[in-house]
Design a protein around this ligand. Structure first.
Ligand code: F6R
Length: 607
């Protein structure tokens, strides 16, 4: 949440900063701002709302200077407004911040006692004021920053720019990611390497507690105790074309359509071409030594874990606990011997998931993560990181990352079953050949887009929508409801079909659309019985099933969507597609912003 950038260059900084912020806008879009130093003079421009408002503002009121910092904000303390937008300035210093300063009230009280006054409600202004107070005490900029950092509690990635200092940015990382980019006589900082991709591919990731004194000549890095340290500089391959919508109206539409291709890529990575074994990177995992799996994640990634629980339990006979990271981390659950702790995260930076991972260190036998961003904190802090290879996901609502997570988790469950002697070589080969049909099945699901669009247009008029599913389809119902509410703002809830009559059935009347996800599998008849209970109360049912299911249960439906018939284990991955498309087309029909829904950010780096 919140994206930060910085540049010490040879060209005007403002356009470079805005361009880099565009690539970070997925982290927050409540307001944005930049500050530059030009011939020693520090100045800033800020605008509320999306980045385009800042660009417009800069046209009318440009900012010159070849050194600068920038920020795109997801509000934590203080409403989205120009005053609360970063960079925050106090006298000679300007600061951008990603994270939360937990002791800011205490620091504010101390500063207020010393006669300092405040103009914002933000925690970050306190950092700027504190730093300025140290400058006023006669400290040099770098010392003033270090003294400031000593006083901060919480999570931060920070960058400081100073009046009178055309060749200095001081940056610090604790709890929020920060990367340093190396150019030719130019230096950059960014919340991630994506922001810096068009500028440089040479990246140094700061580690926890690191501070960097950045000049055009390079970066001097110190650890939390102030000792000089060396951090590896790597060449990061990032395809700079991937930020384009490829002819689609939204990134979300492009990312939904990309699923057959990216899943084919993920399958090829783990299965090889034509192979019939599942290969894990590095030392892999020996599941014969594992007797319990603890899976932890947030949001959509959590629903991927809930789905995988069915696979690991049914196919690999492994007991699985699945937890929401923000609950897990404070519950301090006992971790028994033989536990493999598995963390799932698209961004690899989700603060709660990272904290849960750190809790498990030294307690679980091994820490494995399933991540999209290979260089992320979660990937780097795991014993084994399994990439999902979805490519950059720009749409805030996760789509292709979700189905890639599911595909990797299914391969892992099959591998676990094989390691544990529950799946013979032949049976594994059969499952692998079924897996290889995934891209074609996903294409067949995508072919139903027109039917789904019509259903979504009808749904878009509803105030509330219920999703029902049983077994592996229950997490898909949860995911369908989450997608619909987050991008169309329609209130949606999901229940396990069998739970309907334990309460939610009271909501059913002729105004309540109910989306039922039910492939013609062993649980179909049970789910259809629950669907009949809805129809009997005049609920408007949208049934998503395969042709065999629709042939059996089409009476009284409001709408129906036919999915391809598929092997049971693959059904959640296939049925994710109509759930995504329903939400997407409902959002388009309502005219909401599918890519950047209100109040949300893609990378949730605060708890
Ligand atoms: C919903 C969505 C979120 C994320 C959640 C975890 O569409 O995208 O619920 O799944 O914030 O994010 P990651 O996977 O980056 O840990």
């Amino acid at each position: 949440m919140c994206g930060i950038v910085g540049v010490l260059g040879h060209h005007e900084a403002a356009p470079i900063l805005v361009e880099a912020l565009k690539r970070l806008e997925y982290r927050g879009y409540d307001s944005a701002g930049i500050a530059t130093v030009d011939a020693g003079r520090l100045d800033r421009r800020r605008a509320v709302g999306k980045l385009v408002n800042l660009s417009d503002h800069l046209v009318h009121d440009p900012l010159s200077g070849k050194s600068g910092i920038g920020h795109t904000r997801w509000a934590t303390h203080g409403a989205p407004s120009v005053t609360n937008a970063h960079p925050h300035r106090a006298g000679r210093v300007a600061v951008v911040h990603n994270g939360i300063i937990e002791n800011f009230r205490e620091l504010r009280a101390q500063l207020a006692e010393a006669g300092v006054s405040f103009s914002t409600q933000t925690d970050t202004e306190t950092v700027a004021l504190l730093c300025e107070s140290f400058l006023n005490d006669g400290m040099a900029p770098v010392d003033a920053v270090f003294a400031t950092l000593e006083r901060l509690k919480g999570a931060y990635a920070l960058a400081f720019l100073f009046e009178g200092q055309d060749d200095l940015i001081v940056a610090a990382r604790k709890g929020s990611p920060l990367a340093i980019g190396h150019g030719e006589g130019e230096m950059y900082i960014g919340s991630d390497a994506i922001a810096l991709a068009p500028l440089t591919d040479r990246i140094t990731y700061l580690e926890e507690g690191d501070r960097a004194i950045v000049t055009r000549a390079g970066a001097e890095i110190r650890d939390e105790q102030g000792n000089p340290v060396t951090r590896e500089t790597r060449r990061i391959r990032i395809d700079s074309t991937r930020m384009d919508k490829g002819g689609h109206k939204h990134f979300m539409a492009k990312e939904i359509a990309e699923q057959p291709a990216v899943i084919a890529q993920a399958l090829a990575h783990y299965l090889g071409e034509g192979g019939d074994t599942i290969t894990l990177p590095g030392a892999g995992v020996d599941f014969s030594a594992v007797n319990r799996l603890t899976m932890v994640a947030c949001g959509t990634a959590y629903y991927a874990c809930l789905t995988a629980k069915y696979w690991f339990e049914q196919v690999a006979r492994l007991p699985v606990e699945v937890d929401i990271a923000s609950e897990f981390r404070y519950r301090e659950p006992p971790i028994s011997e033989g536990t493999l702790a598995l963390f799932v995260s698209q961004s690899g930076e989700t603060a709660d998931t990272l904290a849960a991972l750190r809790y498990c260190k030294g307690k679980a036998d091994s820490i494995v993560s399933v991540v999209n961003v290979a260089e992320s904190s979660i990937a780097r802090e795991s014993d084994l990181a399994l990439p999902i290879l979805a490519g950059v996901e720009v749409g805030v609502a996760s789509t292709k990352a979700f189905t890639c997570q599911l595909s990797v988790l299914l391969m892992l469950a099959l591998r676990a079953a094989h390691d544990r002697g529950l799946l013979e070589d032949d049976a594994l080969a059969d499952q692998i050949s079924a897996l290889r049909s995934l891209p074609a099945l996903l294409n067949a699901a995508l072919d139903q887009e027109d039917t789904i669009r019509r259903a979504a247009q009808n749904l878009s008029e509803a105030r509330d929508v219920l999703f029902l599913g049983r077994g592996q389809m229950y997490p898909m119902a949860l995911e369908g409801a989450l997608k619909l509410k987050e991008i169309s703002y329609i209130h949606a809830e999901a229940y396990a079909s069998g739970e309907l009559k334990h309460g939610p059935i009271a909501l059913i009347d002729q105004n309540m659309p109910v989306v039922v996800l039910a492939p013609r599998d062993a649980l179909f008849d049970k789910t259809v019985s629950n669907m009949q209970e809805v129809l009997a109360r005049k609920g408007k049912v949208v049934l998503i099933s395969d042709q065999a299911g629709l042939d059996e249960a089409s009476d009284g439906l409001w709408q129906s969507v036919a999915m391809p018939a598929c092997p049971d284990l693959l059904a959640p991955i296939i049925y994710a597609v109509p759930a995504q498309l329903l939400a997407y087309h409902a959002a388009v029909a309502k005219g909401t912003d599918a890519d950047q829904p209100r109040n949300l950010a893609k990378s949730v780096t605060v708890e």
